[in-house]
Design a protein around this ligand. Structure first.
Ligand SMILES: *Cc1c(COP(=O)(O)O)cnc(C)c1O
Length: 409
């Protein structure tokens, strides 16, 4: 390993596995594996000073990333994403310090690029030639793009209700793309069976230990952009929960090397009312979620009926004194419109769900007006053409001119 990764550790029983071999889940209990690092070496390294000189991409955190050879990392030029103050939106929500971290600017238009950059780099390191994954859509597109970049064969299975652009995008990167009726859970069964039959590498969420390492860089960037500290509240649209688990893990690592203080941000998981297994488990005081029977929401990325890492998400929510909240489809659409008109942000429906979650928690008083709140907009609205808000454009006949008066809102 070029970085300081030492081993993989089961998130349930803490058993260790070698990081330089193909290991997918714990051989004893099936728990997701997490990459562990020699944090003492990282602490004693010159990484903090070196950051000043390094390009603004996720690879700047290389000591805390797993890969073998810096010359063979798979990259499409992942920029550090902006952390934008959103004062007008904040005023509408009744929050003074409100900011959006805009992941829509990454390759493939979502934060899934972070996971795919590291995941595909590791797959290539490990000599994998064919990888298959089930997806709610955006992970498939990202792994297809990075797979093409690495010259791997990629097979993607996604629900037939996935937004059309995302399906076409995945095919456009050359991935063999399949649609199934139902949800990502149904796609997962098709992939699992194919991998068992053909010996393909199964790159499903948390059956693949590396994408989470890419996603944790959202937390590294946020802490760095705030001057190596964390906000009071982080609001995250939660499907598989990998982004949230990744940030939770990333902040643990930053605390262990002494770069941020002991403060822990309150994590909020936002889901749609039509698919809210983690919210239900949180409210019911359970350690794991039950599969959601008929998952429905136009926020496709959070249409995940049962997350493999649900127990880690629930632990992170409780230990951070956070919460989980479900929002309606109308509230999601309303937040998309509000963010577009108030700030010029074209949020994806998932990011808009997070904003709608903030509105709800502010009304309840769970978020105070002086809390510093950061919402993750996990992707660009451009991938969801069917769902964009705003007034319908009007046709002008030849010779007509636009109206002098602003139409009623
Ligand atoms: C995948 C996805 C999510 C959910 O992310 P998890 O980290 O798996 O919970 C949210 N938003 C978008 C746009 C996504 O593609």
């Amino acid at each position: 390993m070029s970085g300081f990764a030492t081993h993989l550790e089961c998130s349930r029983c803490r058993e260790d596995f070698p990081v330089d071999q193909v290991n997918q889940v714990c051989k004893s209990d099936g728990g997701p594996l997490l990459v562990r690092y020699d944090l003492r070496r990282v602490r004693d390294s010159s990484m903090r000073d070196a950051l000043k000189e390094r390009p603004e991409t996720l690879w700047r955190y290389r000591e805390l990333l797993p890969y073998e050879d810096p010359a063979r990392t798979v990259t499409l030029g992942e920029p550090m994403t902006p952390l934008d103050d959103a004062p007008r939106l904040g005023r509408k929500l009744g929050i003074r310090g409100f900011a959006i971290k805009d992941e829509g600017l990454l390759p493939t238009g979502t934060f899934k690029a972070r996971g795919a950059a590291i995941g595909v780099t590791r797959a290539a390191d490990l000599g994998i030639k064919v990888l298959a994954l089930p997806t709610a859509g955006n992970a498939g597109a990202a792994w297809a793009a990075y797979g093409a970049r690495a010259g791997l064969r990629v097979v993607v299975v996604m629900p037939d209700a996935t937004p059309a652009v995302i399906v076409r995008e995945t095919s456009a990167y050359g991935a063999e793309t399949y649609l199934v009726p139902g949800s990502i859970a149904d796609a997962g069964r098709a992939v699992r069976d194919a991998c068992a039959r053909y010996g393909w590498y199964e790159a499903s969420t948390l059956r693949e230990p590396y994408r989470i390492e890419g996603k944790k860089t959202m937390g590294f960037e946020l802490a760095e952009q705030l001057g190596w500290r964390v906000p009071d509240v982080i609001v995250y649209p939660t499907g598989g929960g990998v982004g949230l688990i990744g940030m939770w893990k990333g902040f643990d690592e930053l605390r262990a090397i002494g770069w941020i203080g002991p403060k822990v941000p309150r994590f909020v998981a936002v889901q749609a009312e039509g698919c809210a297994p983690i919210v239900k488990a949180f409210v019911d005081g359970r350690d794991e979620s039950e599969p959601w029977p008929d998952p429905r929401t136009f926020a496709a990325g959070i249409r995940v009926p049962k997350a493999l890492g649900d127990f880690i998400v629930l632990r992170a929510l409780r230990e951070s004194r956070g919460t989980a909240v479900a929002v309606s489809e109308d509230a999601i659409a309303g937040a998309m419109r509000m963010a577009g008109e108030a700030e010029g942000f074209l949020l994806c429906p998932e990011g808009a769900a997070a904003v709608a979650g903030v509105a709800k928690l502010r009304r309840d008083g769970w978020i105070a007006d002086d809390d510093e709140v950061v919402v993750f907009n996990t992707g660009t609205g451009l991938k969801y053409g069917e769902s964009l808000q705003g007034r319908t454009a009007r046709h002008l006949s030849p010779g007509d001119v636009p109206s002098e008066r602003k139409p009623d809102a």
